[in-house]
Design a protein around this ligand. Sequence first.
Ligand SMILES: Nc1ncnc2c1ncn2[C@@H]1O[C@H](COP(=O)(O)OP(=O)(O)O)[C@@H](O)[C@H]1O
Ligand SMILES: [Mg+2]
Length: 1237
Amino acid sequence: MLEDTQLVWVRDAAEGYIQGRITEIGAKEFEVTPTDRKYPKRTCHFDDIHSSCDGPQDHDDNCELMLLNEATFLDNLKTRYYKDKIYTYVANILIAVNPYREIKELYAPDTIKKYNGRSLGELPPHVFAIADKAIRDMRVYKLSQSIIVSGESGAGKTESTKYLLKYLCYSHDSAGPIETKILDANPVLEAFGNAKTTRNNNSSRFGKFIEVHYDAKCQVVGGYISHYLLEKSRICTQSAEERNYHVFYMLLAGAPQQLRDKLSLGKPDDYRYLSGCTQYFANAKTEQLIPGSQKSKNHQQKGPLKDPIIDDYQHFHNLDKALGRLGLSDTEKLGIYSLVAAVLHLGNIAFEEIPDDVRGGCQVSEASEQSLTITSGLLGVDQTELRTALVSRVMQSKGGGFKGTVIMVPLKIYEASNARDALAKAIYSRLFDRIVGLINQSIPFQASNFYIGVLDIAGFEYFTVNSFEQFCINYCNEKLQKFFNDNILKNEQELYKREGLNVPEITFTDNQDIIELIEAKSNGIFTLLDEESKLPKPSYSHFTAEVHKSWANHYRLGLPRSSRLKAHRTLRDEEGFLVRHFAGAVCYNTEQFIEKNNDALHASLEGLVQECDNPLLQTLFPSGSSTSVRGKLNFISVGSKFKTQLGELMEKLEQNGTNFIRCIKPNSKMIDRQFEGSLALAQLKCSGTISVLELMEHGYPSRVLFADLYSMYKSVLPPELVSLPARTFCEAMFQSLNLSAKDFKFGITKVFFRPGKFVEFDRIMRSDPENMLAIVAKVKKWLIRSRWVKSALGALCVIKLRNRIIYRNKCVLIAQRIARGFLARKQHRPRYQGIGKINKIRTNTLKTIEIASGLKMGREEIISGVNDIYRQIDDAIMKIKMNPRITQREMDSMYTVVMANMNKLTVDLNTKLKEQQQAEEQERLRKIQEALEAERAAKEAEEQRQREEIENKRLKAEMETRRKAAEAQRLRQEEEDRRAALALQEQLEKEAKDDAKYRQQLEQERRDHELALRLANESNGQVEDSPPVIRKSENVRAQQQALGKQKYDLSKWKYSELRDAINTSCDIELLEACRQEFHRRLKVYHAWKAKNRKRTTMDENERAPRSVMEAAFKQPPLVQPIQEIVTAQHRYFRIPFMRANAPDNTKRGLWYAHFDGQWIARQMELHADKPPILLVAGTDDMQMCELSLEETGLTRKRGAEILEHEFNREWERNGGKAYKNLGAKPNGPAAAMQKQQ
Ligand SMILES: Nc1ncnc2c1ncn2[C@@H]1O[C@H](COP(=O)(O)OP(=O)(O)O)[C@@H](O)[C@H]1O
Ligand SMILES: [Mg+2]
């Protein structure tokens, strides 16, 4: 077991993440034991484990979290969700979790007022804050803004959009008539465009971009709504539990009896087009108000559907009033209701075979005659014509005349039914277009300066059966995701790079390849589909086969049988295709792609409605617009229309400032107070918010150009500030506002602010003169102060400099003196030593004179000889004195000459003495002789010593040259090593890249799997068990190869088993292998820890001095060679270290390490301010340095290695127990791992 007690988050299939502790370090994974015993133990890859804080987190902005990882992020959202704080930021992106219940006062008028003009971050996160930011940005940057609301179906996009609009229209005290009309558009749009689905009771079945237009004074002047992709199939059929558009039920439940009579309306189960769910939405009160005759059987049995915001009875009345406010007269309203009713009745027209008809035609069935009558009445067409148009098709023969002969081709039953449905869809969808048009007419604007657009478009969709609608929606979502990626992740990183902010890069999945797959001009799926439609006999299977052929082997496209979901795998290859979307794989069933891509009516029906008496219907089908006239080859398909529309939308988005709201669905049951972690996590990942979090760990969400900021203030600057360069002005401004240096950073052209500093940012960006003047005053004050401080500092510096000059002057004099003395001594020492030597002879002569004085004869001769020698000595001395450049040899020769004369004289004297005092004098002379001999010997010894000194000097010089040569050799070697390391580095980088790609694919696989699982849960389907691993990276392979070469495969061994083996095994090779594996795991563990550490404790928890760790990182990671096992050698090291964050006097310390072979056995830290830290391998592994001796580079550090007794002395002095060398295995590896007990 491990002693690591730190809490971690670990992946869980249901909760997303759960808390636990690491209990085992495996070869490639960690084992984690959850703190809550109800979850089983699990082994996970390191990437699925993240550090955890101790308590629950609650931060307004996720970027403020101590640990920026997806697990804490999720935990923060969850904690806040249960506290009813449904909004949270990630930098300036708002995350909204759907509460599925009303939260008191959250959207009250007072709340709107509170958020007015307040910066992001000043008040708790809210959609209102985003709306207000959009308004302020529009004002400051003079740029239109978009707010992109995204999320899955039921995540709360439409609700958020409503609140945004409410804010945009109401933020200025009271709403005027235009604002009211913009707000009125919503109930109308929802009545016609929303329906109950299994995922959302009020699901919008169309996308919309609502623009609120402003004039130069930022007053609302009008609006414009663009809509996209109304789901048409719903008009005719719905899945079980789903309903048709709300308006049908509203009309049935809420219309007054008189109106219902006029439209001949009954109850929902009377109509085939309402065959899905036939219950109304009602509350207890309105349930009473709906007449029993209007309720379906199902409704009467089960009672009404309930939703706090939907009520069919009440909403009919709201709709009626809203239409009135949009300026529609009662007749016009009746026209609309009539068409809605006509669609219902049209659906009830059924067909039957004409008995005995050879052409296989059909007729309107007997039972539906009445429906036919009502429909033709409501549509204002002739009943017979309608009948004919429904059961036959007009065809022009090619041969005859200008227009050809018109032939009526009878239709088969299914063809007639299709024609009927096509008519119903055409009427309803054009009615919807018309209604949007009416709304737009009621909110016109003449002169608009800017607008704020809110985009609410269906989120990513996937069902068991996915058709053309899902394909279009998911394509749109890919485009929006790409926009998000480019806008937030890509451009942002490029900007940081350009501005030199040194923010580490993050990777994200680029989905451009999926977009290409769908929209490529030559062979994109849309193009292939349009081309298929133009063929004489289009078929979906041919189209599908073409798709597979064109994109064979493309990672993003697959066959249905590659789906995870069993239900999809039953599709044949030509019945569908699978697209790996950014959010997961979706399998599309192509059967109806061709029909759905072509919304043209056949000619006879089109002619019929164009010629009708119903004025509203006439405007919906103006004559001359017929598609049949344009012909098959020129038709505009639904797909290409949508592509164009989307292109225009993207263009708008690209020109505007953007704001993002990411809506999150907390559970799939649509209930409150339930948070399914894994569901939320999947959405966060797919929406790119996790990547943003990663980016914002070091990123800067708000910024402004120095130049812009400066010109904003220019008009209010006093003359002394106007001349400042823009950058200096900005610097002065931030200094004067006392902003912390950590919160902002100066780039090359812009200043950037850290996440969560919106308040500070907005403070400088507020353009009201009052605020600006206050800031300018501060800048002025700061400038004066800083200039004063600067000049005082300047004076101090000058004084310091003067003192230094004086001091240096003194020092120079001393140095000069010493140098001169040295030089003089060096030059003159031989001379005065020579003089001394010669002078010594004079002293010797005294004796000669003394002896000579005892001579009876020849004394004068000797005396004059002596005097001669005196003269010679004086001459020699004079010569030496006169010639400062005299050489040693000259002096020596002079000396020898004098000495020879002296000797001669002495000989002379001797002979004379001999003659005089032969016996006794001889003895004396011998003594003198001896003395002279000794002196000569001393002189020779002196000369020998001098020669040796010279020889030593020569040897030292030789040594120095040798050292220099070695040094040069070392440098060359280092250069070579560096080159080799670079090559290795390159290779490793390539491998890392491959690995990243592999991980991305794995992540995609995981998303596909999760998606399939969710769908399977909803539909009781079955899913393949686990994501298959697709490819092994080079890295892993290399490692495995290396392992294969080794004798022991230790990858399955437990951490504790490794340690036991190290302590007990006698097999030296096994021991070494165990130690290597043990330290490799430690390394992985420490790398994980380093990646996951808290942001405030960057410098703690280091296991070796930073210099050592850095040396190890600078070295290319060694693929551990299979090391020779030599009897381990003990080596001891000592190096000083500095703690960066400690106060000055406690910064320094000493680090001691004892290596037993390649691995550390003991280590000790000595600090100035705390007790020494002693660690022994086998006991304190988790805190010890995990690097091998080679990696630490200690052996290459000069002076780092110390002697064993030096280490032990220090160790024992600090309380370490004596280190026992096991007798049985002297120097054995286990000795290093022994427990210190
Ligand atoms: N902010 C909110 N407060 C309360 N309920 C909400 C909120 N947002 C969404 N809901 C609930 O969730 C349902 C689905 O929301 P909706 O906006 O229609 O989802 P979407 O448009 O994303 O499909 C709504 O009908 C409502 O009941
Ligand atoms: Mg919606």
